[in-house]
Write a protein that binds this ligand. Structure first.
Ligand code: PMP
Ligand code: GLU
Length: 392
């Protein structure tokens, strides 16, 4: 069977691969604790699900909508973003998509000509690199130094005449790192100066812990806002990963190009899910806060335990999202594995604890643990990891 070069060169999503493997093991009755995939273990709040049920019952959910979503949802998104950041987007500046994943995918499709480059700070979420490749672009990884963050100097070292965009994901997957306002100001001005579009992936912005301060790239300066596309969605904040609603907000020209693309690609995001998302974005945030508190408690429980595991190194406590990204190279050595990849595979096979190898995020000596899982399971997972690495 002939396959296009476009897809042959692309690696499957490692987060989905590990989580599928964990699911298969569970289905066979194995005792698996899945810390691989980044998805809240909570179910969607009832008032959100009820809004979808009402749209189904009334018949409204039976029909196609505009390719970029129903106006009421765009208005709800605009209202929500404005309340959080003070930045106003018109409905023409917003495209609702089938998950934030498709917002990013579509953005790279309409932005990049063959060979054009996107700066992707490492470590970074697994799909950025492959989505850029799928758009015919060239991902330019930017290694981070201190605290998993990149500076203007790091970015400048990778800039070429073909650089079109830069991804900033704060709080970050897989590290939970947050960029400060000052760091974003420097990066945002640098991008502006070089006409490099900033892709601000703020999908974890509601999950901030232990009083961490947060500023979005879009709220620093109106000129930087105009040079930025905001990407976000309902998956993480509202426990709605399965509903597949995300959005892009930014320059009208880009959003209108995305509308053309989406019109041919998806038609529209599932209508019932759009009605659910209206309820989410219009809500008072109490359910978000309840879940945030649970994640914070898990972080505060898990972080000290994980840093005590022999060979697990993680000097900075994460400030957001729901991941830990320790360096586990010493643990692999202690257990006589040649690589962290082998260590992670053996950990799953022998203890049933599923984590994701750091290679997928561009840092092969690390591994990612998601703590979007019940606390007793997190504690049990660390006990198994400790036993595996031979701790007393
Ligand atoms: N950005 C980041 C950084 C992510 O971790 C994810 C994974 N959920 C997404 C975007 C896409 O999220 P979704 O498609 O579920 O909205
Ligand atoms: N973004 C989540 C993760 O990193 C969900 C899986 C995915 O889309 O990669 O685990």
């Amino acid at each position: 069977m002939h396959l296009a070069k476009r897809i042959i060169s692309v690696a499957p999503s490692a987060t989905l691969a590990v989580s599928n493997l964990a699911k298969q093991m569970k289905a066979k009755g194995e005792d698996v604790i899945d810390l691989s995939i980044g998805q809240p273990d909570f179910t969607t709040p009832a008032f959100i699900a009820d809004a979808a049920k009402a749209a189904i019952n009334s018949g409204a959910a039976s029909f196609y909508t505009a390719a970029t979503g129903i106006p009421a949802l765009k208005a709800a998104i605009a209202g929500h973003v404005e309340r959080q950041t003070g930045v106003h987007y018109t409905t023409k500046q917003i495209a609702v998509t089938t998950g934030a994943k498709l917002a990013l995918y579509g953005l790279f499709q309409v932005l990049l000509d063959p060979g054009e480059e996107v700066l992707i700070p490492l470590p970074g979420w697994v799909s950025y690199v492959e989505q850029v490749r799928l758009a015919g672009g060239v991902p330019r990884p930017v290694p981070s130094h201190a605290h998993f963050k990149v500076t203007v100097d790091d970015l400048e070292a990778q800039r070429t005449a073909k650089t079109r965009a830069l991804v900033i994901n704060s709080p970050a997957n897989p590290t939970g790192t947050i960029y400060t306002k000052q760091e974003l100001t420097l990066i945002g001005n640098w991008a502006l100066q070089h006409d490099i579009l900033v892709v601000a992936d703020d999908i974890y912005r509601d999950l901030l812990f232990n009083g961490a301060a947060y500023t979005s790239m879009i709220e620093i300066d109106p000129e930087i806002t105009k040079n930025t596309v905001l990407i976000s969605g309902v998956s993480k904040s509202y426990a709605m990963t399965g509903w597949r609603i995300g959005f892009a907000a930014g320059p009208e020209k880009l959003i209108s190009a995305m509308a053309t693309l989406l019109g041919h690609a998806t038609g529209n995001p599932t209508t019932a899910a759009q009605y659910a998302a209206i309820a989410a974005f219009d809500s008072d945030g109490r359910s978000v806060e309840q879940m945030r508190l649970a994640f914070e408690d898990r972080l505060n429980t898990l972080y000290p335990l994980v840093t005590k595991v022999p060979g697990f190194d993680l000097p900075d406590k994460p400030q957001g999202a729901f991941y830990l990204f320790p360096n586990v190279k010493r643990a692999a050595q202690l257990t006589n594995y040649n690589s962290v990849d082998d260590f992670v595979s053996a950990l799953l096979a022998e203890t049933g604890v599923a984590i994701v190898p750091g290679r997928a995020f561009g840092m092969p000596d690390h591994a990612r643990l998601s703590y979007a899982t019940a606390k007793p399971d997190l504690i049990e997972a660390v006990a198994r990891i400790n036993a595996f690495v031979g701790a007393n």
